[in-house]
Write a protein of this length. Structure first.
Length: 361
């Protein structure tokens, strides 16, 4: 297979390539990425040494660029990770989310529709989120049949992209597979998301900002477990089907932050109480979904997939990765990320991962 992986320099895409490129030398992997603030080619440095890997910098919101990539590389499979992915950013500046998540997905679908002849020869695998379903109350689970009810500009744009993917299947017969996954954590995640931000701020002795009362619940999945799930969907999943993927691991945000403090303390020899004293309650996110939780029965029964990491084992691996990969961390602490936060997000200055160089772009 010639597999076009979009967003392969971001968190999940890079972990996917890191695992699959060396494991499957019989397949060719093309990483298409715009290299936004969230990307880091250092995240795919090992995959990049393999002969079955290539990289192309392109913007999926640019229809001509997408068509040119299809003409050059002639992929027969697209695994579509590329997105603007951070809810807080979508609240502060939604426009980019519409361009990348909606128009970008549309451009890719059009390239598949107009290039694959017959159309049934390709496969478009769409990576989406459980956030399209909105918020759960204290009970219940999201499944493949849950009604869409997105709360944020991010989740609304992902919902739109899911609808486009299904419409291309029904209207044009494009072979598609969809997945809606819960919150991922693990190595190579940009430290604007909860877990890496807390790890790096704890290590640096900086405030650990918890939104509201910290009682919102997320269902955490170690990123490699997600990547394995995606590979099983690719190889064994049914065309036209949707798979809900979750960790079966519900935690309040406050629980997550306390556990991060405990593991960072164990790994660095500091006291847990000194790290916990950094916890700072900050104003809540507008439209903050209370609870996400996935029922992954379809994945387990049809594809035999089950997560391998517990929250403790996955989080310990994650903390160690951030402690060991200081060059990667330094790379993202400086540069455009800090610049963006400084200009757009002054009231949450404490969210900055500590230690970066002020004003560098
Ligand atoms: P990320 O923000 O870490 O990475 C996104 C990547 O997409 C970056 O490398 C970026 O450069 C690239 N990109 C952005 N705009 C682009 C454009 N216009 N053209 C080409 N490339 C572009 O995101 P992530 O956390 O790795 O998420 C990957 C996918 O998985 C997203 O579609 C997201 O909605 C979905 N998802 C994420 C989670 C999670 O917890 N992170 C959970 C479920 C689903
Ligand atoms: P996040 O990692 O942004 O993922 P998502 O919003 O897609 O679920 O946030 C996870 C949870 O953590 C969410 O309920 C918001 C909360 N949160 C904080 O309390 N403090 C923070 O600094 C961040 C980034 C998130």
């Amino acid at each position: 297979m010639r597999i076009l992986v979009t967003g392969g320099a971001g968190f999940i895409g890079a972990n996917f390539l890191h695992l699959m490129v060396p494991r499957y030398p019989q397949h060719t992997f093309i990483n298409l990425d715009k290299l936004t603030y969230a990307a880091n080619l250092a995240s795919v440095s090992e995959a990049a040494r393999c002969p079955n890997y290539s990289f192309v910098q392109a913007d999926i919101a640019d229809a001509h660029a997408v068509q040119a990539v299809f003409a050059q590389y002639q992929p027969d499979v697209v695994i579509h990770f590329a997105a603007e992915s951070h809810v807080d950013r979508s609240i502060l500046g939604p426009a980019e989310f519409m361009q990348t998540n909606i128009i970008g997905t549309f451009n890719l679908l059009e390239a598949c529709r107009t290039t694959w002849s017959p159309i049934s020869q390709g496969l478009f695998q769409h990576i989406s989120t459980d956030e399209v379903f909105g918020s759960l109350g204290a009970t219940g689970y999201f499944t493949e049949h849950t009604r869409y009810d997105p709360s944020s500009p991010y989740s609304a744009s992902k919902a739109a992209s899911d609808h486009l993917v299904r419409a291309y299947h029904r209207t044009y017969g494009l072979p598609v597979k969809l997945t809606n996954c819960s919150n991922n954590y693990g190595p190579r995640q940009f430290p604007e998301k909860l877990i890496p931000l807390m790890i790096l701020n704890a290590v640096a002795g900086q405030p650990l900002p918890v939104y509201g009362k910290g009682q919102n619940v997320r269902d955490w999945l170690y990123v490699e477990d997600h990547c394995e799930a995606l590979w099983s969907v690719l190889m064994q999943g049914q065309v036209g089907a949707t798979y809900a993927i979750g960790g079966g691991c519900e935690k309040t945000n406050l629980d997550v932050v306390h556990t991060v403090c405990r593991i960072v303390a164990e790994e660095t020899g500091r006291s847990v109480s000194s790290l916990e004293s950094l916890i700072t309650f900050v104003p809540d996110r507008p439209g903050h979904d209370l609870r996400y939780a996935i029922d992954s029965t379809h994945m387990r029964t049809e594809l035999g997939w089950t997560p391998q990491e517990s929250f403790m084992s996955g989080l310990r691996k994650t903390v160690r990765w951030y402690l060991e990969n200081t060059a990667w961390v330094e790379d993202v602490r400086t540069g455009a990320y800090r610049q963006w936060l400084a200009t757009n997000y002054e009231h949450r200055e404490q969210l900055l991962p500590a230690g970066g160089k002020e004003g560098s772009a």
